[in-house]
Design a protein. Structure first.
Length: 166
């Protein structure tokens, strides 16, 4: 079973699209570093993420050192994001992120990284959601003013899904 280390942005997008629960039906383990959980999730429905299966993992001393090194290399990144990358790199797990700078650093570090659109494809392929749910979910994600997904890809997917719904 693949392990996916998520940053906060992916979880937020899934929640916005009402697809968070469905993501936990995929054949993956979802993990976040403890620092990210404590700072960004715990007081914002964190227990609602733990219940369906989100796992909170600690970094060892070497992992913390790696996260601090990442932060020095890319000061625009948050420390929780650096912890997520360090956790993924330490265990050779996959990183989930919607942050361009974090995705670039992951690529530089040879850490496999995907975003929410990849996860939607996985949901479709595993048949854990209907086309209608994907369409409605992506529409809701795209309508949010802080949506960072590529507009051209959103249009392509929504058009394709709309055709399949006919």
């Amino acid at each position: 079973m693949h392990v996916l280390v998520s940053d906060t942005s992916v979880l937020v997008d899934l929640e916005r699209g009402s697809l968070l629960e469905a993501s936990f039906r995929l054949p993956f383990r979802f993990v976040v570093p403890d620092l990210l959980y404590e700072r960004e999730l715990k007081n914002y429905g964190g227990e609602e993420l733990i219940r369906p299966g989100l796992i909170v993992e600690e970094l060892d001393g070497d992992g913390v050192g790696r996260a601090i090194t990442y932060r020095r290399r890319a000061p625009a990144l948050s420390l929780p994001d650096c912890f997520a990358l360090a956790l993924a790199q330490t265990h050779s797990w996959v990183l989930l992120s919607g942050d361009g700078a974090l995705r670039q650093l992951a690529a530089d570090e040879a850490v496999e990284c995907h975003g929410v659109l990849w996860l939607l494809d996985e949901m479709h392929d595993a048949d854990v959601v209907s086309i209608r749910q994907l369409y409605d979910g992506l529409t809701a994600i795209a309508k949010h003013p802080r949506c960072r997904l590529p507009k051209s890809e959103i249009r392509r997917r929504l058009t394709s899904d709309a055709e399949r719904l006919r």
